[in-house]
Structures are given as C-alpha cells and as structure tokens.
Design a binder for this molecule. Structure first.
Ligand code: PLP
Length: 365
C-alpha cells in the first residue's frame, strides 16, 4: 500500500528509525496492549486540541462510531453528514445504528454547506457530523450555532485535519467530540489508529468504557462495549509522529504555497476566511471532463495523483436511494477534483515538476 513505482508518489508515509525503535522498545517491554504508551500518547495529543480529554482507539472509524454511541445516538436517529467524504463518515453512523442524511457541500472548500445542513434537519435529527475535508476546517462558526438552535450534538470528523484551525481554534474542540485518524497516509499516523477529543469528562469516561468491553476495572463490566483499543506499539509510533507533526504541517503549507504560485490555468485550493488549512490533500478542480486525461498524463510523467472521491457516498451501493434530493455541488466536485502530491518529503524540484506538468497538461488551452 505504501510503495509506488512513481518518482513522485501521491503520498509517502514515513516510518523512520525513531518509529521503528519505538515499536521495538514496546515489543521488548512485553506490554503491548493499551498501556503506558497509549496513556502518554493521549496526554501528548491533548496539546494539539487545547488540553481536551483524549481517548485513543484502533481507527478513525471507531472514533466516529464510539462518539455517536457515547452520545446516545443510535436506532431511530438521523445524523446530517456530507456525502463528499470517505465512506467511513457514513459507515460510522450506520454502525452506531443511526441513519446518515446527506447534505451538499460549499464549492471551493468542499466542506458541509451550513445552509444545506440546515435544510437536512428533520424531527429525527440527533447530530451534525461535519468533515474537515482535505485538512480544511468546516464552517464551524455557522454549524455550531445551527446545532445549538436545534439542540443537536456535533461530532467533528477531523480524520484528515490534524492541526487545522478556524479563527485560531483547533478542529476537534468545537463539537461534543472530535475524531482523528492515524491511518498511514494521514498527516501523522500510528500504523492504524484513531483519537477522540472531548471537553466533557463524563463523555470521555463512557468512551473509555466503550472501547474496552465496558470495563474500567477488569471483569467489572459496566456497560456493553467493544474491543476498539489501541495497541502500545501503535501509540509509540504515534508519539514519534506527533513530535514531527508541527514541522511536517509547516512543510505541507509551504509546499501548497509554492504550488499555488506556480500552477497556471486551473483553480488552486481555496482557503476560507480565518481557516488554517493543513493540506492533507492539495486538490485542484479540473473542469470539462479533462480530469482523467490529466491524471493519466501526470502518471506518464511519474507524478502520482488521486481522486478523493470519485463516487460520493450517497451514490455508493449501501446508501443509494433514488428518492433522495440531488446534491449538485457534491456531484460536480466528484467529477472534477484531483489531489496532487503535497507531502512533506517533496523537494523544490518536485514541486516545480508537478506545477509545470499540471499547468501544461491541465491548464486552459
Ligand atoms: C474523512 C475521513 N473519515 C473517516 C476516516 C476513517 O479513518 P480510519 O481509516 O482510521 O478508520 C477517514 C480515513 O480514512 C477519513 O478520511
């Protein structure tokens, strides 16, 4: 999954000596499941999210599912989500027993449109689940008041947005819960893993019970829970990655700036007022059905790229419903987006090559 024959791959997950040594240290210690490394990782991650309580789990999907369950959201409830996201966003809702209701996005930021979200709210709606897609914060300044007006919970899908912020406030600190992923291609990883952030100590306790069979004390199960624990090996790798996150984020942002200034003929990513974009993806829009040809040409030149996401969730088999209202901005985005390499291991020469290739092959003729 991590290998690539392209000279500039779309993503390049780092597993350096520090991560390897950390993993070996834990393996040698014999304490490999949710022990001191997980506790330390939670403590250290809280610095990124204004000292919120942090609960580590085995994936971002688990983080989303457990957050909904801990908030009491399940059968009979609806959760408003964008369709323009990875399927995990909606899967987590279904896995919790609730039903996702898809709302359209704002063109440009590709995040949940607050007006569309408002229109999707009905009598069964229990929560909003905005996604900070590509590392750009969703419009939380509009979505939080909307949720408050309707008495809804907010679970942030921050799986792609470690360190992103809106008006100086970090993602993962707006809603009742924030959910991060540590999948290898994310801005930082833990091999696999997830983190839930919350200001509410009672919610944090419920989350800790839910991830571990409902137990705080061994064999004194208080509620029905799952096994969604993070291993200490994963946490040790995550701690090493977390140390490097600030520098990597600055590199991503600097790389994006270079691409912004060099790419000609195509709209570069937009950044909303007050948003700190952390460029999990650097995504251009390629109009007029030229996207696939551009992607092929980039591949021919050894440059990786990717389409996130070619099929919006509402068109995927488990969610397809012909009676659902159309989502025109979502469909437009799915047909046009192309994510270019922006990862921190790129050099100046790589960035020049990418920008030249994109401007020449994809720009207006
Ligand atoms: C927007 C979004 N939500 C949820 C997830 C699920 O995270 P994970 O793969 O760690 O389960 C991902 C990552 O793949 C994602 O990109």
């Amino acid at each position: 999954m991590c290998g690539s024959s392209l000279s500039i791959p779309a993503a390049r997950p780092v597993i350096g000596e520090a991560e390897i040594e950390a993993a070996v240290r834990v393996l040698r210690s014999g304490h490999v499941i949710q022990g001191p490394e997980v506790a330390a990782f939670e403590e250290e991650f809280s610095e990124l999210v204004a000292e919120r309580h942090c609960v580590a789990v085995n994936s971002g999907t688990s983080a989303l599912q457990l957050s909904l369950m801990a908030l009491g959201i399940g059968a009979g409830d609806e959760v408003v989500v964008p369709s323009f996201s990875f399927a995990a966003t909606a899967n987590a809702v279904r896995l919790a027993g609730a039903e996702p209701v898809f709302a359209d996005i704002t063109p440009g930021t590709y995040c949940l449109d607050p007006l569309a979200a408002a229109a999707a709210i009905g009598p069964r709606t229990a929560a909003l689940m905005p996604v900070h897609l590509y590392g750009h914060p969703a419009a939380m300044d509009h979505l939080m008041p909307l949720a408050a007006r309707h008495g809804l919970a907010v679970v942030e899908d921050a799986c792609q947005a470690h360190g992103a912020a809106l008006h100086g406030r970090s993602v993962g600190t707006f809603g009742q819960a924030g959910c991060f992923s540590f999948y290898p291609t994310k801005n930082m990883h833990a091999l696999e893993g997830g983190m839930i952030t919350t200001a509410d100590p009672r919610l944090a306790r419920t989350l800790r019970l839910l991830r571990n069979q409902g137990m705080e004390q061994r064999y004194e199960n208080e509620i029905v829970g799952a096994n969604m624990r993070m291993t200490d090996v994963a946490a040790a790798v995550g701690r090493e990655q977390l140390k490097q996150l600030p520098a990597w984020t600055e590199r991503r942002r600097a790389n994006a700036k270079v691409l912004d200034s060099r790419i000609e003929g195509l709209p570069v990513p937009q950044v909303a007022d007050g948003a700190r974009h952390v460029y999990h993806q650097y995504t251009v829009a390629v109009p007029d059905g030229r996207r696939d040809a551009l992607q092929q040409e980039l591949a021919r030149q050894g440059i990786g790229s990717a389409v996130y996401y070619p099929t919006p969730i509402h068109r995927l088999k488990p969610y397809h419903d012909p009676a659902r209202p159309p989502l025109p901005e979502t469909d437009r985005a799915a047909a046009a987006v192309l994510s270019l390499p922006v990862h921190p291991t790129l050099g100046q020469g790589d960035l020049e090559r990418i920008a030249r290739a994109v401007s020449f092959a994809g720009g207006a003729r």
